[in-house]
Design a protein around this ligand. Structure first.
Ligand code: NI
Ligand code: MN
Length: 229
C-alpha cells in the first residue's frame, strides 16, 4: 500500500491492486505543490461536509463515496456519488473493501454562493480501507472516542492510522497518541495540523507521546511524500 499525504487531511491511498483512493481532497497552493488537476483517483472518499474536506471533490469529478446527505449534495453537482452510512461496508473494486466509521465532529455543508451552512451534511465519519494486505484507518475530523479501542480496533483491525493532531477542532497530540494506543496500529501518520492558525501542532512531540504509550511507528511525511507499506 502506498500512502501520499497532500497536506491537511488530503491523503492518497494506492492499494495493492493499483486502485487509487483519495480521501478529503483539498488542494491549495499554500499547502503543498500538488494540484487537483493532476489528481487521478479511481474513487474519492469524503469524511464530512466542511470545506477543508469536500475541497476539490467536484472539480476532480471522480466517483465519490460519502454519507447519504453529502452524496445527495454531490450527486446534484453532477458526480457519480454513492451514499452510505456508519457501520456499513462498500466493495469499491475487486479486493477493496471500505468501511465507514464513527467520528465525533460536525458536518454542515457550506453553500458555494452564500457561504452559509445549510445543515444538511449528515453525520461526520472516518473510513477503513482494506486492500487485502493492509487496513488503513483515516479518522476524518474527530475527537477521541472509546470505540477506537473496541469497534474500530476489534472489528476492522487497522494496521495503519491517519489521525488529526492539530487540536481545537479535533484531537490534539495527546489525544491522538492515546488513540494510537487504543487502535493497536503498527504505523501512525499525523494529519490535519499546521494549515491554519488555530491548529498548530508539533509532530515530533506527538511522536514522543506515541513512543511512551505504544510500539507504533510514527511516520511524518513531507508534503506530497509517498510512504510505502
Ligand atoms: Ni471539520
Ligand atoms: Mn477539518
Amino acid at each position: 500500500m502506498k500512502i501520499t499525504w497532500h497536506g491537511h487531511a488530503n491523503v492518497e491511498i494506492g492499494c495493492r491492486t493499483g486502485f487509487k483512493v483519495l480521501v478529503d481532497p483539498m488542494f491549495a497552493p499554500h499547502i503543498t505543490g500538488a494540484k487537483a488537476a493532476d489528481a487521478r483517483p479511481d474513487l474519492v472518499l469524503v469524511t464530512h461536509g466542511h470545506d477543508d474536506h469536500v475541497g476539490d471533490t467536484v472539480a476532480i469529478g471522480a466517483p465519490v463515496v460519502a454519507n447519504f446527505e453529502i452524496s445527495n449534495y454531490l450527486g446534484r453537482k453532477g458526480l457519480k456519488a454513492t451514499g452510505m452510512n456508519i457501520g456499513g461496508r462498500y466493495v469499491a473494486a475487486p479486493g477493496i473493501v471500505i468501511a465507514m466509521t464513527f467520528a465525533a465532529h460536525s458536518s454542515g455543508i457550506q453553500d458555494d454562493q452564500t457561504g452559509l451552512f445549510d445543515g444538511q451534511g449528515g453525520n461526520p465519519c472516518g473510513y477503513v480501507i482494506d486492500d487485502g494486505e493492509h487496513r488503513v484507518y483515516h479518522a476524518g475530523d474527530t475527537g477521541l472516542f472509546g470505540d477506537m479501542k473496541h469497534v474500530i480496533r476489534e472489528l476492522y483491525r487497522p494496521d495503519i492510522a491517519l489521525l488529526p493532531i492539530g487540536g481545537h477542532y479535533t484531537m490534539g497530540e495527546q489525544e491522538a497518541a492515546i488513540a494510537t494506543e487504543w487502535l493497536g496500529v503498527d504505523h501512525v501518520i499525523p494529519i490535519h495540523y499546521n494549515t491554519a492558525p488555530l491548529i498548530v501542532a508539533a509532530p515530533l512531540s506527538f511522536k514522543r507521546m506515541v513512543e511512551e504509550r505504544s510500539k507504533a511507528q510514527v511516520h511524518i511525511p513531507k508534503a506530497d511524500e509517498t510512504l510505502v507499506f
